[in-house]
Design a protein around this ligand. Sequence first.
Ligand SMILES: [Zn+2]
Length: 416
Amino acid sequence: MKLAVARNEALLGVRCRACGLLQPADERYVCGDCLGPIEPEYDTAALARSDLRRTIEAGPDTLWRYAPLLPSRPAAGQWPVGMTVLVPAPRLGAAIGVPGLMIKDDTRNLTLSFKDRPVAVASARAVELGLTTLACASTGNLAGAVAAAAARLGMPAFVFVPADTELSKIMGAASYGAVVIRVNGTYDQVNRLCGRLVDEVPGWGFVNFTLRPYYAEGSKTILFEIAEQLGWRLPDHVIVPVGSGALLTRTATAAAQLVASGVVPDAPMRISAAQPSGCAPVTDAILDGMRAVRPVRVARTIARSLAIGAPADGDGAVQVVKRTGGSAASVSEEDVALGCELAARTEGISVEPAGGVVVAAARAMARRGVFKDGERVVLYLTGSGYKQGHGDAMSLAPAIGPDADDFFAAYPTARG
Ligand SMILES: [Zn+2]
């Protein structure tokens, strides 16, 4: 297929992770030889000779500033995505015993989750390939990200979600005009359904299936941004929530590419994994001696965006954690809720339960003595609590009359 848009000169092709074959970056989404997973590969030596750091710094204030290390070009009219803040979190750090803690706040993306990043890259690729419809299997956040991106590009969107996905996320995706297909089944069953459909719906791009090699590349940009925001150095340690495992494995890829391109000094960076114990195929495998991932058949957790029982990049995630000297925690539902509460009350950041999982995992790892003195630890907070609702209104104090006496009767200590 002939591509309509000038492509990234540094993109060498796509390499199979199973058999190692380097092949053209065309419309294929698995290895043309063995059907293994493929990943874009870049000429990092040429990028190192090109003063990549300056190219990036002169780029747009979006994730496309990292275009030399991304496999597609931005599509005309796309919403700006990325460049979310990295902030110190001293009060949360004190509460959970991690001095020097920092937060990468991806609750502030276009549709309030980090999924806008992979969708930006995948939807740009869909435009390059001349596809006409965007689709995905989603636990909730991806549906919204795909729906918004498709609306902006003037494309129809079909998003497939488990029928019991939070109504707020379903309605969010529907509000952008997407067709929301609710499926009676788990996320893994929804994913398999999409796998059966891909060959029968020509012109459709399933962002996390037929566009997956491009989609997953968008996840690298969180780490790219963190390194730039730290003044072009890698953080010492990042804590990553694990659903499919793609965000965690691509964090390692991103760090390796920055080092190979001469953008940051080579330095150790530990990568640790966070999952809820109700769906912990990856973190349990890490804690159980770095064994192979065993799929979880029935996920039971409020952290719905991490409820993926058969993670596509699960074993890859275990290997990355092992190789980087990272760790993991599988945290209880009570601790997930506590994690959300701590993030909100100590730092003023509202996170969905997946964020609570990350906070609780950092707390658990601190108690185990995982962190070293002076280590700069960054939490990935990947989804906003505002998409989730904020719990039970019954826990609120009664309303008062529009009257100062009413106020002081209810809050006598306010007078000091
Ligand atoms: Zn292969």
